[in-house]
Design a protein around this ligand. Structure first.
Ligand SMILES: [Zn+2]
Length: 297
């Protein structure tokens, strides 16, 4: 089978999965992979540098979950990927080196939690350092693949890749935060108990651009889409004793069930808290945020 065909089929399949499930996919889905010409193509395997049996060169690289603050994302516009082991001539490392030389697109799986991977593709190996045992990875836009036959202005490409890589790194951090918060709240809305992760966000108590706006569970709340918006717009406040307050003018309105049950009925109720005390929303952050709510009332 033709490596390029499998590679493109893998991108098409992933594109579809990301549209359906979002950019975080479970290990089982990736290891099951897809069928191409009656052959099953697994997208991940034992080795981090992964080459399906029917291919000549690696198709994906994977970073296992190592903790909430991965340091390999530090370099601006670039991602670092470690060689396998300490021998640069190891088969996997040589395969990845060839991928770089041939400028072939790869899939990058980044472990956000055990068994949960952020998917970035296409990605390219742009540099190899056999002394430090580090490959440099950049993300590109999927649309750029379709036009790869076109002669590209190298500056345009560099700029686009630096931008796409920066965006991917921001998304990795955001998705990691979201997963940690949703798990702490047992995948339900803190206010209304709705248990559909596809309708849930991890809201920041203190916004991520502000001081104390850290992406930690104690600064997060698992909120459904409508309650996230209501919290952001100061229609709903949460006081430092974990009780909900609905803005006065909203309480005085008369309207249908969404207003009545979705907003007004929450007034003075206690929020749903995580199982572990260490994951409870930070009272000082709540207080700071609640002051803002009171000023908006
Ligand atoms: Zn809700």
């Amino acid at each position: 089978m033709d490596d390029d065909q499998i590679r493109l089929a893998a991108f098409d399949w992933l594109k579809e999965q990301v549209q359906i499930h979002g950019e975080v996919l479970p290990w089982t889905m990736l290891t099951n992979g897809f069928i191409f010409n009656n052959q099953r193509i697994h997208l991940v395997g034992q080795s981090g540098i992964w080459k399906p049996q029917v291919m000549q060169l690696p198709l994906s690289i994977r970073t296992a979950f190592e903790g909430p603050y991965p340091d390999k994302l530090n370099k601006n516009g670039l991602i670092e990927y470690r060689y396998r082991g300490t021998n640069p001539n190891n088969w996997d490392n040589v395969g990845l080196y060839h991928v770089m030389e041939k400028k072939l697109p790869l899939i990058y799986f980044f472990g956000l939690l055990p068994g949960q991977y952020y998917v970035a593709f296409p990605t390219f190996i742009t540099h190899a350092d056999p002394l430090k045992l580090i490959f440099t990875v950049q993300v590109d836009e999927i649309e750029a693949l379709d036009s790869k036959m076109m002669v590209e202005d190298p500056n345009t490409m560099l700029f686009r890749r630096a931008y796409a890589t920066t965006i991917a790194k921001i998304r990795i951090h955001q998705q990691g935060f979201r997963l940690r918060v949703l798990i702490a709240y047992r995948n339900q809305c803190t206010l209304c108990r709705l248990k559909h992760p596809e309708l849930l966000d991890a809201a920041h108590i203190i916004g991520d651009n502000a001081e104390f706006g850290d992406p930690i569970v104690q600064n997060g709340l698992s909120l459904c889409k409508i309650h996230h918006a209501a919290f952001d717009k100061n229609i709903i406040g949460i006081n430092p004793d974990y009780h909900i307050q609905v803005r006065n003018d909203i309480l005085e309105e008369t309207d249908g069930p969404m207003l009545k049950y979705g907003l007004q009925a929450l007034d003075k109720q206690k929020i749903i808290l995580p199982n572990h005390h260490k994951n409870y929303p930070d009272r000082e952050r709540l207080e700071q945020r609640f002051d803002r709510f009171l000023r908006a009332s």
